[in-house]
Design a protein around this ligand. Structure first.
Ligand code: FE2
Ligand code: FE2
Length: 303
């Protein structure tokens, strides 16, 4: 591909565009360093945990660590696609996106190292649904962008990456983490990291919603592609949550005397279901616009 012209030479950056605004937010709010988080108390808390309590944290860490690593490794085709399509502001924003994901990956690896469990292989905590989404569906749909610029390819990539992985699984994970460990007054280091992560993921989600919405505005065929794919992925997305909650129930709820947690895993299941509906509704809102141009005008005031 050769360049025909340069946007910052012949006109300028589109300062009011939604993705430029997100880039500004990322520069301002994304300044944190996993290496500066103090995990001293986390190490003490972990050492004082019973085996049952550890079985609550380790599957969550295994899910988060694998998930963050997957999204770090798999984002590049989306960056290249936006660059190929001449979307400069999207490409600029995605440069922060990839940096964020790399920091998230560092956070969970660093946490395992700092509390002294770096030699434990947590792979066995990845169930069938987790494997289907993170080992197969996510990389396949992202890799497809290397050779396919179609709306269907873009919608499916953003749906599995931003809506399912970030919008449902990660959000449910943060929520559960806080419900379990914040309430119990444990693991302040990783909880601080999760607060940073949550803020970063808010921006990532905005990118995903906007990207899908652009294709859905004025295009019912594309809307159907989105909805059908969400429904196709839902059993495995829920399967990830079901696996974690079942483990929790076996280890903790039925043996509550030996743990200090006060968390009803049904709340986690309900939370995930609610996220699924919220993500669908967010994309649904784009249907009222005639096209992507009209959508962008509205977004400018919304972001
Ligand atoms: Fe992340
Ligand atoms: Fe993310």
């Amino acid at each position: 591909m050769v360049h025909e012209s340069f946007q910052t030479v012949d006109s300028q950056l589109n300062w009011e565009s939604p993705m430029y605004k997100l880039w500004e937010k990322a520069k301002k709010n994304g300044k944190w360093d996993p290496a500066e988080i103090d995990f001293t108390q986390d190490k003490i808390d972990y050492e004082n945990m019973t085996d049952d309590e550890r079985i609550t944290i380790l599957p969550l860490v295994a899910s988060f660590a694998g998930g963050e690593e997957a999204v770090t490794l798999d984002i590049l085709p989306m960056v290249q696609l936006m660059a190929r399509q001449g979307r400069l502001e999207d490409t600029m924003f995605l440069s922060t996106f990839m940096f964020d994901e790399a920091k998230h990956t560092e956070l969970f690896s660093r946490w395992q190292k700092e509390i002294g469990i770096q030699n434990i292989d947590l792979t066995s905590f990845h169930g069938d649904s987790y494997k289907r989404i993170f080992y197969e569906e996510l990389p396949e749909k992202m890799e497809r962008l290397n050779t396919d610029d179609s709306p269907e390819a873009i919608i499916k990539a953003a749906t599995v990456y931003n809506m399912i992985v970030e919008g449902i699984l990660a959000e449910t994970g943060y929520y559960s983490f806080r419900q379990i460990f914040k309430k119990a007054g444990m693991l302040p280091g990783i909880l601080q990291g999760i607060d940073y992560l949550n803020q970063d993921e808010g921006r990532h989600l905005r990118f995903g919603i906007y990207t899908i919405q652009r294709h859905v505005a004025g295009n019912e065929k594309n809307y159907k592609i989105f909805i059908d794919y969400m429904d196709e992925l839902w059993p495995d997305a829920y399967g990830v949550i079901e696996y974690l909650t079942t483990l929790y129930d076996i280890q903790v709820a039925q043996d509550w005397v030996r743990t200090r947690f006060d968390f009803d895993s049904n709340i986690m299941r309900e939370y995930a279901k609610r996220q699924f509906e919220i993500r669908k509704n967010q994309v649904d809102r784009a249907r009222k616009y005639a096209d992507a141009v009209q959508l962008e005008q509205e977004w400018t005031t919304e972001v």
